[in-house]
Design a protein around this ligand. Structure first.
Ligand code: AMP
Length: 354
C-alpha cells in the first residue's frame, strides 16, 4: 500500500463542523483540502484551501473535485451513493466506499447487516405501510420508537410510542416514509467506539466512551466509562467486526446500548468521525480526525492511548455565547464557526479534564 505523499490534496464531501475539524487536521499533516458542500458560508469551507459549492450529484462540480484531489473522503453519511459512483467512474479514489455509505444510510440495512455480522441490535420491524405500522406496534406491545429508515439525525424523524398512542398517526406524522419500529431498550447506559481501519485491514480503536443523550442529542461523552472491562472489550470487538465486514476505510463510530447485564446492542453506525469522539484530540496521543486522515492516506495509524480522564460536553444553541465566560482555564473549547444560532444546533464543544 503506497502512502499518500505529503502535499497531496484531499477532498471532503460535506462541509459541516466535522469537515472543518478534518480539514484542519489534514492541513496540520501537510495536506491541502478541498471542501465540497452546498452551503456558501459553511464551517468547513472557511478553513479549507479551496471549496466547491454545489449539489452532491452535480457532475461538473464532482469532475472538478476529482481533478483537484488525489483522494476524496466524507464527513457526512447522507451524501448520495450516486455521488461516489460518479466520482469512481471518473477514476477518483473515495474512502470510505459505497458499501459503508449504503448500509449506514438505512436503519434497516444497518441492523440486518450488523446482525449478520454477529452484532445484536434491538428487536425491530420494517414499516412500509399503515398496515405494517399496526402489525409492528402490536408485535412490540406498543412500546417502541418509530424511526425513518433514512435521513434521521439527533432525534429527528422519530416518534416514541406508548401502548395508548396511535401507530397510524405516528407513521403519517413521518409522512409515511419507510420506517423501522424499534423496541424500546431499557438500557443502563450508552457507549460508543471509534475505530479506524486502513485499506490493508490494520485497525486501531479508541477506548469506548460513555455517552449521555438529552432529547435525542448527545450531551456528554466521558472517558473512562463506568462499564465493566468485559463490556468494553465486547464493544471494541463488535466495532472491529463491523468495520471489517464493511471493508470500511477511515474512521467510523459504533453506538451501543448497554443493558443492566452488561450485554451490548448496536444502535447505529456512523461511517465517519463522530461527535462522541470529540474528546480524543485533546485526551489521546492521536485524535479521531488525525486518525481518519492517517487511515485513508495509508499512513501508519497513530497511538490511541489516552493521557487524561475527560468529559466532552456539546455546546448547543446559545450555550456557545457563555462558553468562554463560564469555562475554567483548563477547559478546552472548540467552536464551529456557525453563523446562525438555533436552539439545539451543535455550535461547539468543551473538553474538561476530570
Ligand atoms: P438515534 O437517533 O437512533 O441514535 O437515537 C438517539 C438516542 O435516542 C439514542 O442515543 C438513545 O438515547 C435514544 N434511543 C434511540 N433508540 C432507542 C431505543 N430503541 N430504545 C431506547 N432509547 C433509544
Amino acid at each position: 500500500m503506497t502512502p499518500l505523499p505529503v502535499g497531496s490534496v484531499i477532498g471532503i464531501l460535506g462541509d459541516g463542523q466535522l469537515g472543518r475539524m478534518l480539514a484542519s487536521e489534514a492541513a496540520r499533516l501537510g495536506f491541502d483540502v478541498v471542501v465540497f458542500g452546498q452551503d456558501e458560508d459553511s464551517p468547513a469551507r472557511r478553513v479549507a484551501s479551496h471549496s466547491i459549492v454545489a449539489e452532491y450529484t452535480d457532475r461538473d462540480a464532482l469532475a472538478e473535485l476529482s481533478v483537484r484531489c488525489d483522494l476524496i473522503t466524507l464527513e457526512f453519511e447522507n451524501v448520495p451513493v450516486e455521488a461516489l459512483q460518479i466520482l469512481e467512474d471518473m477514476g477518483a479514489t473515495v474512502c470510505p466506499g459505497q458499501t459503508s455509505l449504503k448500509i449506514c444510510q438505512d436503519r434497516h440495512l444497518e441492523k440486518s447487516f450488523s446482525r449478520e455480522a454477529g452484532v445484536m441490535t434491538a428487536d425491530y420491524h420494517v414499516v412500509n405501510s399503515v398496515d405494517d405500522a399496526v402489525v409492528a406496534f402490536e408485535a412490540l406491545g406498543g412500546n417502541g420508537i418509530l424511526k425513518t429508515r433514512r435521513d434521521g439525525y439527533d432525534g429527528h424523524g422519530q416518534r416514541r410510542l406508548k401502548p395508548e398512542d396511535s401507530p397510524v398517526q405516528a407513521f403519517e406524522d413521518l409522512r409515511e416514509a419507510p420506517c423501522v419500529f424499534e423496541a424500546l431498550v431499557p438500557f443502563a447506559g450508552e457507549m460508543s467506539v471509534i475505530v479506524a481501519r486502513r485499506a490493508d485491514g490494520e485497525m486501531a480503536t479508541f477506548e469506548p466512551a460513555e455517552n449521555i443523550h438529552k432529547n435525542g442529542i448527545l450531551h456528554i461523552s466521558r472517558a473512562p466509562s463506568r462499564y465493566a472491562e468485559e463490556t468494553k472489550q465486547a464493544a471494541i470487538g463488535a466495532a472491529k467486526k463491523l468495520a471489517e465486514a464493511l471493508g470500511h476505510v477511515g474512521v467510523m463510530a459504533c453506538e451501543f446500548f448497554v443493558l443492566e447485564s452488561g450485554e451490548i446492542l448496536l444502535n447505529e453506525i456512523a461511517p465517519r468521525v463522530h461527535n462522541s469522539g470529540h474528546w480524543t484530540p485533546e485526551a489521546c496521543i492521536t485524535g479521531q480526525f488525525e486518525q481518519h486522515i492517517r487511515a485513508i492516506a495509508g499512513w501508519p495509524l497513530g497511538s490511541t492511548d489516552r493521557l487524561m480522564d475527560v468529559e466532552m460536553e456539546n455546546l448547543l444553541g446559545d450555550d456557545v455565547m457563555t462558553a468562554y465566560g463560564s469555562a475554567g482555564p483548563g477547559d478546552m473549547i472548540t467552536l464551529y464557526g456557525k453563523r446562525e444560532m438555533r436552539a439545539g444546533r451543535k455550535m461547539g464543544h468543551i473538553v474538561k479534564r476530570l
